[in-house]
Design a protein around this ligand. Sequence first.
Ligand SMILES: NC(=O)c1ccc[n+]([C@@H]2O[C@H](COP(=O)([O-])OP(=O)(O)OC[C@H]3O[C@@H](n4cnc5c(N)ncnc54)[C@H](OP(=O)(O)O)[C@@H]3O)[C@@H](O)[C@H]2O)c1
Length: 244
Amino acid sequence: MEKYNGKRALVTGGSSGIGLSIARLLAAGGARVMVTGRKEAALEAAREEGLVAVRSDATSKADIDALAGKAEEAFGRLDAVFLNAGITDSVSFEATTEQTYDAVFAANTKGPYFTLQRLLPLLAEGSGVVLTTSISNVLGQLDHSVYAASKAALRSMTRTWARELLPRGVRVNAVSPGPIDTGILHKNLPAEVADEMLAGFAAQIPMLRIGNPEEVARAAVFFAFDATYTTGAELAVDGGGTQL
Ligand SMILES: NC(=O)c1ccc[n+]([C@@H]2O[C@H](COP(=O)([O-])OP(=O)(O)OC[C@H]3O[C@@H](n4cnc5c(N)ncnc54)[C@H](OP(=O)(O)O)[C@@H]3O)[C@@H](O)[C@H]2O)c1
């Protein structure tokens, strides 16, 4: 029998990168998995892999409401929710506009907040919620003031929700990735430029390498299903970057 047979999971931002790795790991173990994203081509590719893919913008309250309806219709209840959709931004403090600030907080903080609020009635007893934060939330990195703050807010919500959802038997934890190669650099830059950038990032990490999405996925899935005596915690998946 497969490990996640009969389990029902929702992964926001599950159409690519870390979220897609989470979805694949669960599906390979027999779970039924719904993923979200905005780009239809990536959603279609996810459907071809056997995932239930729903176009849903995390910054739209109407989309969030519709997503909860679709999850209920498809699965009834949920055993795991991965609040993973997010955008990265790197802009200096001086150059940050109100528009950038609002867009990053809308996607990274407000979206997960209202998504979980809307999904609460669907969470089964003993279910696990896992947020994707970032090591930026404990670092003072150049040009990351808004992104880091949006993820620090998520870290805080992880603790408060963990407390508030205790009576429902729901655990809430977070995975905090360091630099992870989701292929984005190679998609957008010439291969040699992308390689050089990744080598530069790797040199800063104690393990001297960038992580891969599957390594984050394993930590996230552990929190959702195996970490039955853990709530309110955050696990750094960062090659030792914030720990050594
Ligand atoms: N990669 C890293 O080094 C790293 C490090 C620390 C933290 N993280 C965090 O990890 C999470 C996943 O990132 P990733 O690296 O896997 O990036 P990715 O490959 O770009 O995946 C992001 C996913 O989120 C979706 N998404 C983005 N904005 C959305 C919105 N408004 N509504 C719905 N879906 C949305 C994307 O789909 P669409 O584009 O189609 O909407 C995609 O499925 C993010 O929260 C990111 O901040 C990543």
